[in-house]
Design a protein around this ligand. Structure first.
Ligand code: ZN
Length: 123
């Protein structure tokens, strides 16, 4: 059975206590606050919206999972110049364009791209 908002909050607090939670101050502009509140509701249609902190912590976990997967994928490739396994953090040949260190960060950086909605009723 789905947890009630009170139960979810209690479970979140229990997880936080068990994990040695750290409180951080987060400064958001008005647009970000609006987006956050809207998305907390939009991602739970017909249900109690995510709590703001819960939403942000889930984003961190989602990003971490995606990043670990991306790094694992990169690890199957090697720098075209020095041959080191990607992602290369530093390299003696980083002055050369062919070294992954020069442009590779573009593959890892946070990018804002809009997912395309799945086309409906395509036959
Ligand atoms: Zn290199």
């Amino acid at each position: 059975m789905a947890m009630s908002p009170v139960e979810r909050k209690a479970a979140q607090r229990a997880r936080q206590a068990a994990a040695g939670a750290t409180k951080i101050e987060l400064v958001l502009d008005a647009q970000e606050v609006t987006m956050l509140a809207q998305n907390c509701a939009a991602r739970r249609p017909g249900r109690e919206p995510y709590d703001l902190s819960e939403y942000i912590t889930l984003l961190i976990r989602k990003d971490n999972a995606e990043l670990q997967q991306l790094i694992a994928e990169l690890g199957k490739r090697n720098c075209g110049r020095c041959g080191d396994q990607l992602p290369v953090q530093d390299c003696p040949c980083k002055g050369e364009a062919a070294c992954w260190v020069n442009g590779g960060w573009h593959e890892v950086k946070l990018k804002i791209d809009t997912p395309r909605p799945v086309a409906a009723n395509q036959t």
